[in-house]
Design a protein around this ligand. Sequence first.
Ligand code: ARG
Ligand code: ZN
Length: 849
Amino acid sequence: MAEATPQTIYLKDYTPFGYQVDEVHLTFHLSPKATRVVSRIEFTPKPDAVDRSFFLHGEQLQLIAAKIDGQPVSPDVTAQGLTCDVPSTPFVWESEVEISPVTNTALEGLYMSNGMYCTQCEAEGFRKITFYPDRPDVMSTFTVRIEGDEKVLLSNGNPSGSGEGWAEWHDPWPKPAYLFALVAGDLINHPDRFTTKSGKDVELNIWVRPGDEDKCAFGMEALIKSMKWDEDVYGLEYDLDIFNIVAVDDFNMGAMENKGLNIFNSSCVLASPETSTDANFERIEAIIAHEYFHNWTGNRITCRDWFQLCLKEGLTVYRDSQFTSDMRSASVKRISDVIDLRGRQFAEDNGPLAHQVRPESFQEINNFYTATIYEKGAEVIGMLKRLVGDEAYTKAVALYFERHDGQACTIEDWLQVFEDSTGRDLSQFSKWYSQAGTPRIKVTDDYLDGTYTLTLEQSTPATPGQPDKDPRVIPVAVGLLGQNGDEVRGTEVLELTEAKQSFSFDGLASKPVPSILREFSAPVIMERESTNAERAFLLAHDSDSFNRWEAGNTLAKEARVAMVLDAAAPDADYLDALTKLVRDDSLDPAFRALVLSPPSQSDLAQTLFERGHTPDPQAIYDAAETFAQTLAEALTDSLPRLYADTTVQGAYSPDAESAGKRDLNARMLSLLTRLDGGEAAARQYDAADNMTQQNAALACLLKAENGETQSQAFYDQWQGDRLVMDKWFGLQVACSAPKKAASAAANLTEHALFDLKNPNRFRAVMGALAMNQAGFHYEGGAGYQLLADNLIALDALNPQTTARMCSAFQTWKRYDSTRQELIRAQLERISATNNLSRDTNEMVSRILN
Ligand code: ARG
Ligand code: ZN
């Protein structure tokens, strides 16, 4: 069993630390098995402290010596930290500890990745480096001396000295310990420079292992664009002489915003046309922006405690989505974000892991780096902006920086600047932070004598620990279309505040067709009776591109639901609309690709479940297959031409327009493969000079079970490239037929290049299995068992990545009793594992309850 009684931490118990930390000096003597960390920390007792106990966090540290004001002391050390008697006047604490980076497989604290030293401290990893008040509201300036043989020795802030075997760094900006970073290795830099709008010259570097230096240019461009954008749009400038990014192969998450020294999962920064897909390029640009934007939203203004995580993450995701919208296509970005939100956040919000955007308790904070905190947190900011207006948003955010720069803040502080600068009462709005669950909005309408009335009724289902919900304020953007497709009322934001409320539009010549929740103005599920004819009308005419896509998406969903429930043939009108749309060259290719992309199988399962059916993953898969086959056949005559016409010629460029074309082209190829058995795909594979086309062709061939030659060729070509090999591992599982997915994944875990210790490789295989819905849930439960085996094996090495992957089981209550029993057995088996981590224990118990 896990720890006897896992401790729960509550927001309501927050108390400030009783000491001010004036300055921190750290010296690292690097050595793989025995790194010595010497700390010298100046503390001043706070005169008004409620709690004066002197507790320093510390885990897996071997204490060598401790002193107060130069005198040796003997603190009481436990597995969580130490306490010590300290003076009531300012004092200097010194300690020396020993740690072992090379055996640190949890990838938290100081660890080694392919021979280089690196750190990950957020959320609570600094306590694995030295004894410290490891909490975000304790901010201080750091001076760091690194002694080691590595060519490159980096830490936060500005360089303040270096010599043979040492380097020193000073960070003038007070920061919490979770933003501390250290990197040491034989690295190569891709350098550039940036001059801020007030004329400050900043040195920029992307540091990589030798061999990766040709994959930095795109990331550097993205960084420079981000720096410029934050100046232009938010007026925010960079504040150090140097900005470093380091690529690391073994990393639990995407990237980390350490002050002046961002550390990235190499998959989120390294890019080249030969090794990265269009999707990789777009994601890299967004993540570089995200981490850079944290310099203000996260670092200059940080969180008081970890319950406030969305304060920095929701806002920073919102900012990076604004950036991507500006760099690329805003409507394509919005549609993709909603697909992602529905796929990940709605699944979370409507299952056992549902939690508030600002949670009020946790056992392990690492389990709360979720789609709810990040993506729903960003949606909440989008709604706030829509409610107060763009100008008021800009004013309130400026006030936020003015009032709170250098502080550790709460959601209350954030909302207060909006209240103060707009005069608006946001108490009802704050329920978006305190109430979990996805609101449902039921819409009915009525037309009489030129007046059209929309009645909106909101309710939110119970979530764990929150049986009853109050009405929230929900911005519902609405436009009205006349019978000929013209817009008769432009977009207007209805503010739904009551449980049930009506809104009227008068002076209309005839009954309009409503376009509701334009741009997806709120993260809700809308329930409204409609017809396929009306949906097709909106797909053809709506001026709001999100709702055009949404109309097509609903048609796609309803067609499949009918196929699953009534064994209906694919809806003919919808097929017809689709074939027209595919051929319509006046439409943006990226938009066409999105309309052609089928609703996810998980989304369909959730829809069926909500309507009172037990989803059968195999039936959902079969419907998707039949639909795609029918569509391909309906397009028989035009597919070869459509495929040829959408093929992007010339040198590869990752820009949004070319990427959109290639996306559409890939969809044409996958339809064409259903007709030609893979001939065109094999040709594309041979001719491809970029990973986007090579990857798409291989996926089609594997799906058609006709890709053995190419899979081998791909392996031979790329076995030396870890990131490309992750694609190879993932594709085998993602493209497997349901029956074969679990055994394909099992075989891959036996492969010489499978490495449990590398999160990217683990996720490539196990993540792909979990995503292959019909494969994961295939009858008999082999998928469940394989995942559980691997989670149990990984938990002993890396709790964070294990716990995160447990969410594959979060939807289990949707399914039939046989599947539920199979999953329950695996969850109980995981839960009964000896020495299970706190991370995994918390996830499994929440999922089981
Ligand atoms: N703050 C990082 C980001 O969103 C995420 C780091 C989270 N890491 C963790 N181990 N929980 O940019
Ligand atoms: Zn972030």
